[in-house]
Structure formats: C-alpha cells, structure tokens
Design a protein around this ligand. Structure first.
Ligand code: PHE
Length: 450
C-alpha cells in the first residue's frame, strides 16, 4: 500500500477529478442532447439529477477506492463480497466502450485543429465539410490513433507526473477560453432566441426518455457509474475532504456545461441552424462563427486545442481505469499495461470511427425512425445502460453492504465544519434509499417498461 502513487494536493485532486468530468461530455455531447430533448426543461432536470444523484454517487465511488486503495476490480475483491466484482466488470466494459467512441470524437477534434490552422475549414459548406471528413475511411482513423497515443503518453507518466500535473494546467485554461467564447456568442445578432431556448423551460417536450437522457448525460458528464472516480479516489489521501472534492467537481462540471450551451445555442440560432442535429453539432456550427470573427482562424484553433485538452483530461481517466486493473491485478508494469490497453482500444475504436463508412450497413432503427450506427450504439449502451446500472449497483453496495459506519467515517476525514458533518445522514439516506429507486424508475421508464 505504501508504494501506491497518490495525488499530492487538494487542488491537484480537484483538477484531476474535474478534468475527468469536464470533457467532450460538456461541450460536445451536452448541447446536442439538450437540443434533442427540449433545451431549458432538459437543463433543469439535468441539474437536479447531478445534485441529487450525481454528487452522492461521486462520493460513494471515491470512498470505495480510497478505502480499498485499489483499482475497480481489486477494490471489490478487497472489500468483498465476491459477487460485487461484477460492478468492476461493468466498469471495465464501460471504459472500453466509451474510450472507443470518445477517441473518435477526440480524433475529429485534432483534425479540426489542423483544418483551422491551414484554413481549409473556412469558406466551405460547413455541414458537407464535416460529413465528408467523418465519412472518409482513412483520416478519422489516423486522428483517432493520434488521440489515443497522446492519452497513453500521459498515462505512462503515472498518477503524479502524468495525470495530476497535466490536469492542473488544462482546466483553468479551458474555463477562461470558454468565457471569452460565451461573450462572443451572446453578443451575436439574434443570440437572444438561442439563450431563450436553452434557459426557458418548455416542459411540453418532457417525456420518460428525457429523464433517461438527462440521467445518462449526468452520469457520463460526471464520469460516474463505471469506476473512473473510484480509481481516482484510490489515489486520494486519507486526510482529504471528500465532500468538498465531489461538490467542487460537480459544480465545475455543471458550470462548464452551461457555458458550453451558452456558446452553442446563441450561435445556432443566430445562424438559423437546427439545435437538434446530433453529434456533428459543434463541428458544423462553431467554424461558422469563427469565420465571422476577427482572427477567426486563431480563435478556432484555440477552441479546438482546448476541446482536445478537455477531452484528453477525460480520456486519461478512462484509460487509467483499465491500466490500474492490469497493473495491480496482473502485476504487469505500467508501460506494458498501457501499451496493451491502447492497442485493444484502437481495435475496438475502428468500429466506432468507421460507423458511417465500412460499417454503415450495421445500424438499429429507433422508435422515432433515427438510425443508430455502431458509434451511437456504443454511446447509448455505455451512457444509458452501463453507467446507470453501475451507478445503481454502487449505491446499493455502499448503502446496504458497506453501511453507515464506513460511510460516516469516509465523509468525516478532513472535515472541520459541523454543518458538513450534519449532512451525512441525509446523504446516506439518499444513497441507501432514494437513489436506487430513482435510478431504477428513470431507467425502466426510459427503456419503455412502463
Ligand atoms: N466525463 C467525461 C466527459 O464529460 C467522459 C467520461 C465518462 C470520462 C466516463 C470518464 C468516465 O467528457
């Protein structure tokens, strides 16, 4: 236990955890999922789910990892019972699936940096440009591999010199850049209707699937339900305050999602683009704004560089879940674990990236008639099924198996405020009773059982 690496400071922990949380989920996924699910009403449901389900789950995951001082499989092995290892297996599966399609989008981001620098992204039909690129068979694969190799390089650096150090620089920079972009976006002509769409709730669009989408988005965006926060939690020292760390992480994540929405929707409405066009949203609309700005190519480059940084600070937490398992359970070196994991993810990732090319004949058709390609299936399966399922099991595990004493103890270390201590029974009640029921209801309702 003593030779396990640790995060070295509270700021470092929050940067790493917020780095994991803040990513493509906030800036790429959140705006289009909100756009497809009614805008403002979705935002409210989303924030409630983050606060009521997300924060307690974040705490629960971190405390399991910190308690066991082990990876997502080892933790359940150590703390028992044997059957709980299934939670770790769900986590590993989710890590692979998410990495596979996450790195597709990470690759698109790198291409857009390149295309912003050489200017080819401007003065085109933005929609066609994006679709031609995405449907091509070679370039997106190349960039996906570059993205995964960059991720692997940081993971090779280890917990302190890789994960912590890199996150500490990236997160503050990202927030600053986003604020600049928000100011630009809300001052565009016609921006008001976009702000309205995003901020003004229209509950007539809310259905069972809205709640499932919001829960899936919340879990995905907070990196919970699959062991990323458990793994990071295992690098948190005993004297750190988990209440503070998890709340700061969630608040940063909500803030960045709101800022992301305030860039995207005003811009969309200003350019009369549809808010519900799906995964291509930011790759089609943002270059269009940048073209209208002075120094647009520069802004565009900076934006996509920052998006890349945000996504890498998340993908490292996904890769680390798997690497930590191989390293500790099979006693492989960090280097070997990282290389083999990266190669397997590249192989799986090819299927996601070539969804619209080689594998375009493989798709499911949803009730509303949309096609779900392999890429969308990976996303749906992980966000809307594996993460809620993992989250549900983790809450049940902490509430019913670990029990109150351990829960209270973990939420007391590093705490000096009486008020924070007084919250423990409430949080525990949520973990033990409320969350499992709510997750189950949303889940069953969303997949159409009721
Ligand atoms: N939270 C990350 C994002 O919003 C994605 C992620 C999910 C990372 C699950 C780790 C685990 O981009």
């Amino acid at each position: 236990m003593s030779n396990r690496e640790n995060f070295t400071s509270t700021f470092g922990i929050i940067a790493a955890a917020a780095g994991s949380a803040v990513g493509l989920g906030n800036i790429w996924r959140f705006p289009y999922v909100a756009g497809q699910n009614g805008g403002g009403a979705f935002l409210i449901i989303y924030i409630l789910i983050v606060l009521i389900l997300g924060v307690p789950l974040l705490m629960s995951e971190m405390m399991i990892g910190r308690r066991a001082q082990a990876n997502v499989i080892g933790s359940f092995k150590k703390l028992g019972p044997k059957s709980s290892i299934i939670i770790g297996i769900i986590g590993l599966l989710a890590a692979f699936l998410i990495l596979a399609f996450y790195s597709t989008v990470g690759g698109w981001t790198i291409h857009y940096i390149y295309a912003s620098i050489n200017g080819e992204v401007f003065h085109t039909d933005y929609q066609n440009y994006f679709f031609n690129f995405k449907d091509n068979s070679f370039l997106p694969l190349l960039w996906q591999i570059v993205f995964l190799v960059l991720t692997a390089v940081i993971i090779l650096g280890g917990v302190k010199k890789g994960i912590e150090k890199c996150s500490k620089i990236m997160i503050p920079t990202l927030v600053l850049m986003l604020i600049i972009l928000v100011i630009r976006a809300v001052t565009l002509p016609g921006a008001g209707s976009g702000v309205n769409f995003f901020m003004k709730p229209d509950f007539s669009k809310v259905t069972g699937t809205t709640f499932l989408a919001a829960m899936g988005q919340a879990f995905f965006s907070l990196s919970i339900g699959m062991g990323a926060m458990l793994t990071y939690g295992s690098y948190i020292q005993k004297n750190e305050n988990l209440n503070f760390i998890s709340t700061s992480t969630a608040i940063t994540d909500i803030m960045v999602a709101i800022l992301g929405g305030l860039v995207i929707f005003p811009t969309l409405f200003s350019f009369n683009a549809a808010p519900d066009q799906g995964p291509g949203l930011i790759f089609v609309t943002l270059p269009a704004i940048f073209e209208q700005m002075p120094w647009g190519a520069g802004f565009s480059t900076i934006f996509f560089v920052l998006l890349l940084i945000a996504s890498i600070s998340s993908s490292i937490s996904l890769l680390e879940v798997i690497v930590a398992v191989l390293k500790e359970e099979l006693r492989w070196s960090r280097t070997l674990s990282t290389i083999l994991t990266t190669i397997s993810v590249i192989i799986l990732g090819v299927f996601a990236t070539l969804s619209w090319n080689t594998f375009q004949n493989i798709f499911l058709t949803t009730a509303s008639g949309n096609k779900m390609y392999i890429f969308d299936i990976f996303d749906y399966l992980s966000s809307n099924i594996l993460l809620p399922l993992g989250g549900l099991l983790i809450m049940i595990y902490v509430g019913w198996y670990l029990k109150k004493d351990i829960f209270y103890e973990e939420l007391s270390s590093g705490v000096h405020k009486k008020f924070t201590l007084a919250l423990r029974p409430i949080i525990f009640f949520i973990v033990k009773y409320i969350s499992p029921i709510v997750i189950l209801l949303i889940f069953l309702n969303g997949i159409g059982v009721f």
